[in-house]
Write a protein that binds this ligand. Structure first.
Ligand code: ATP
Ligand code: MG
Length: 289
């Protein structure tokens, strides 16, 4: 069975997409895993990071994005075809990785977000079952499915949680970024009551954009550790993703001739390569296949 992990936080800009893309690439390259990234975020960031804007536009015109899937359910049309929509060679590493696939998002998603609730009225399925119906026969082709979610717990994110067995919360270790974590945990608990096939469980919290010299970051990490000890959190990942200027470059697709992860993520002063390497290794000790 495939392991499906939703990457979520209510807070925007905490590193969800950067961690999703890096984890996908490290699992695919350093561990030879078969990985599917599902981009559920209308911002389309992991899509553009993994296939570039040109390819995205082409696919968007041909209804080969998740926008088309959801729009079909709202308008009662049949434009989306899952087989044609999965990109079977994603990432700019070595000109594309055969074992890293992508189900792309679309900026057009923004236009239909307010209408998603109408799925209830036109289709015979629940609004959070749309993605499941489309992808369930494909999930077993992968060792890991990573879902990049938008920064909210709306219907689109619920579609991700509905096919997941784990969720992972990246956070900057500061007050505002961690503020919503209890809310996420209780919302997911409520969602589990509606979920048909097994609970989605918290895999853990990952510190992102960490600066060891910032007292506030270290104090927040101590608080999170305390919550783990008190049983409120499953775990805080030992690996912390450092604040690193290279992180922004790594999500820029239009760079040719990138052959290694070390080249892509860099291992200068901020050790971004080494921390993503360690994050993938730690991840694999918790999510065994
Ligand atoms: N470790 C890091 N060091 C420095 N900058 C980072 C790091 N991780 C992410 N960033 C930058 O921070 C910004 C937000 O990161 P990212 O897009 O991954 O967050 P997100 O949680 O997916 O945001 P959103 O909620 O908007 O989807 C981006 O500009 C990204 O390049
Ligand atoms: Mg994002």
């Amino acid at each position: 069975m495939s392991n499906v992990i939703s990457i979520i936080n209510l807070k925007g800009g905490v590193g969800k997409t950067t961690i999703t893309v890096a984890l996908a690439e490290f699992l695919a390259v350093e561990h030879q895993k078969r990985v599917l990234v599902i981009d559920l975020d209308p911002q389309t960031n992991s899509t553009v990071a993994l296939i570039g804007e040109e390819e995205w536009e082409l696919r968007n015109q041909n209804s080969q994005t998740l926008h088309a899937l959801f729009k079909d359910h709202i308008d009662d049309t049949y434009t989306f075809e899952i087989d044609k929509s999965i990109v079977r060679k994603a990432s700019n590493l070595r000109g594309g990785l055969d074992n890293l696939h992508l189900l792309p998002s679309s900026l057009d998603f923004v236009k239909i977000q307010d209408r998603l609730i109408n799925i209830w009225q036109t289709a015979l399925i629940r609004p959070f079952d749309v993605l499941k119906n489309a992808v369930q026969n494909h999930l077993d082709n992968y060792d890991f499915v990573l879902i990049d979610c938008p920064p909210n717990l709306g219907i689109v994110t619920q579609n991700g949680l509905n096919i997941s067995n784990w969720y992972l919360i990246p956070t900057i270790p500061d007050h505002l970024s961690t503020y919503g974590i209890p809310q996420i945990i209780s919302s997911v608990k409520n969602f589990n009551r509606k979920k048909a096939d097994g609970e989605v469980k918290l895999l853990g919290v990952v510190a992102s954009m960490y600066r060891s010299t910032v007292n506030r970051h270290n104090a927040t990490l101590r608080q999170l550790e305390l919550q783990v000890q008190q049983g409120q959190l499953t775990r805080l990942f030992e690996t912390k993703v450092p604040l690193a200027s290279r992180a922004a470059d790594a999500t820029y697709y239009e760079v040719d001739g990138i052959n290694t992860l070390k080249q892509k993520y860099g291992n200068a002063g901020d050790h971004l390569y080494a921390s993503f390497q360690s994050l993938a290794e730690e991840f694999l000790t918790y999510v065994k296949i």
